[in-house]
Design a protein around this ligand. Structure first.
Ligand code: F6P
Length: 560
């Protein structure tokens, strides 16, 4: 029997038909009065999660919680935290929560290769701290004795997006360094980012972090090889390059060593940390370099607080659980297959991108843990942008377009303008934040009510192309201020949300087999391109399908 045939799912279907589909969001509000907000919002852990603009009632959550319990959420959570093999296709635990457990001895009993996970994490944090502080103090010197003033992280996917998103969001929390320090990111396989960046850098003062859990990812290795070729132009030997200009983070020390990264410049990673859950590990080194170890630990602390909340809060008051169940309801019962993430804060510009990897790579699955094809939809399509900017881009579709979607509005309430600004500038910045908050709240209201926000006369005067149907569901997540701690908690909240959904759907959120085939096929395609580039005109493309063959032939013809 699939989850769809279960009692709990069927009860939700019946509730949908009887209580929800006959009503618009406006009617749900009218029926419940002001109580609707207090009944359907949760204020805890420094967050306010308002779910009242979702097409549901408190009864919907009672039934959804029944579904989660039926699917074994409590047992699955226990297995996650205790190092059980929750990554069932790769027979591994997923212990990202252990990376941020700080001094709590919760993970000391979890042993990997004879060492406790707590011990491994503590050693790693110390090693990261040594590297980060050497750079910050101006004591990490390049081959010619110049201090390092630029750090470039080379990675892709989880080895790029997480640290990049956090460094971008928390720029104003950067630690004071002896010399001005730039932390940059390169990920694109085509080399375009690196080619542009290298023109402005100097070999003697640049350090590259090669971040790759597997240390086999071609995108990263290709960028790293280009960086090394550039370093070789000035630096006389590969051992000087390795010693002064390369740091590596990987689960494979021997691969880092073979590539020329000396052991003292290597940061360990483990197979029990998934790529998209790894910013809390050595993959977060760029964060530690930028914010200082203090800032990095604040980020971990915020995430740990959310871990504890997820593990212990009652399900009705549990932020990740309620966010996850809202998504299940929207996706599997209301048929909303697209989910937009709208941070109302320019510093969170990269968050939608981060969450699209987290959610779609984790839960973009179509077979259950026991290998059966699912008969319901799993991860929706996730996209987004800074909310206020998106108002001038894809909000047209949100307000008047046809696809069914739901939205998450995410907004920090306060912005503290630096005291270095004049009073007039500070006042102006305060005004901008008020404007931003007003837009955030106004947009979710218009999505819900549509034309009903207008007076009767105003709506009567509107022509059809100016009508707003409204009735679009959204959640609003507010928190006090964007800090390393609140950002850590926010990320962990979404991580656990993804986990809860995977439990309900009985899928594995910790593997990503779907990305492997494309990588393999790219290799054979590359060899065809290289043969033709080397002048082997006989390198036919007839092993490919007609479209691929046509594309390759066109490429060869226009190459020179
Ligand atoms: O191709 C997808 C992926 O495997 C992600 O899961 C991962 O974060 C990324 O590639 C990078 O992998 P690695 O850190 O091994 O280079």
């Amino acid at each position: 029997m699939t989850v769809k045939q279960s009692v709990a799912w069927q009860a939700l279907e019946a509730h949908l038909q009887k209580d929800i589909l006959p009503c618009s969001l406006k009617q749900l509000f009218n029926g419940a009065g002001p109580k609707r907000f207090s009944d359907l919002s949760i204020a805890t852990q420094g967050f306010l999660l308002d779910l009242s603009k979702q097409k549901l009632t408190p009864q919907t959550f009672d039934l959804l919680i029944g579904l989660a319990q039926q699917q074994g959420l409590a047992q699955a959570t226990e297995a996650l935290y205790s190092g059980g093999e929750v990554n069932r296709s790769e027979l591994r635990p997923a212990l990202h929560t252990a990376l941020r457990a700080g001094s709590s001895d919760q993970y000391s009993a979890v042993q990997i290769d004879g060492k406790s996970v707590s011990e491994l994490v503590a050693e790693n944090l110390l090693h990261m701290e040594r590297i980060a502080s050497k750079i910050q103090q101006g004591e990490w010197l390049g081959y010619s004795g110049q201090p390092i003033t630029t750090v470039v992280n080379i990675g892709v996917g989880g080895s790029d997006i997480g640290p990049h998103m956090v460094c971008h969001a928390l720029d104003e929390f950067r630690v004071e360094t002896k010399f001005p320090l730039n932390v940059m990111f390169v990920s694109s396989m085509d080399g375009s980012q690196l080619a542009e960046m290298l023109q402005h850098l100097d070999q003697g003062s640049t350090l590259f972090i090669v971040a790759s859990k597997t240390f086999t990812t071609l995108d990263t290795l290709a960028n790293a090889q280009t960086a090394r070729a550039w370093l070789r132009k000035k630096i006389p030997s590969d051992s000087l390059i390795g010693q002064h200009h390369l740091v590596g983070c990987s689960a494979f020390p021997e691969r880092m060593a073979d590539w020329g990264i000396p052991s003292e410049n290597q940061i360990a990673l483990w197979d029990w940390v998934g790529g998209r859950y790894s910013l809390w590990s050595g993959i977060g080194l760029p964060i530690a370099i930028k914010l200082g170890m203090g800032g990095f630990k604040q980020l971990l602390k915020g995430a740990h607080a959310m871990d504890e909340h997820f593990q212990s809060a009652k399900l009705h008051e549990n932020l990740p659980v309620m966010l996850a169940l809202t998504g299940i309801w929207n996706n599997n019962f209301l048929g909303l297959k697209a989910h937009t993430i709208l941070p109302y804060d320019g510093r969170l510009k990269l968050l939608p991108n981060y969450l699209s990897q987290l959610e779609m790579e984790s839960n973009g699955k179509s077979v259950t843990n026991t290998g059966e094809k699912v008969d319901f939809d799993t991860s929706p399509v996730i996209w987004g942008d800074v909310g206020a900017n998106a108002q001038h881009a894809f909000f047209q579709l949100l307000h008047q377009g046809t696809p069914a979607y739901y939205a998450d509005f995410i907004v920090p309430i306060k912005r503290t303008a630096s005291s270095e600004y004049t009073k007039a500038t500070r006042l102006q910045l305060e005004y901008q934040q008020a404007l931003n908050l007003a837009n955030c709240v106004a947009q979710s209201r218009v999505l819900m009510l549509g034309d009903d926000v207008l007076t009767w006369e105003q709506s009567m005067a509107a022509s059809p192309d100016r009508l707003y149907p409204g009735n679009h569901a959204s959640s609003t997540l507010m928190f006090d201020e964007l800090t390393p701690e609140s950002l850590g908690a926010l990320i962990a909240l979404y991580e656990h949300k993804v986990f809860v959904q995977a439990v309900v759907w009985d899928i594995n959120p910790f593997d990503q087999w779907g990305v492997e085939l494309g990588k393999q096929i790219a290799k054979t395609t590359l060899s065809a391109i290289q043969k033709r580039q080397a002048g082997d005109a006989s390198a036919e493309c007839d092993e490919f399908d007609a479209s691929t063959e046509g594309l390759l032939n066109y490429m060869f013809k226009h190459h020179h």
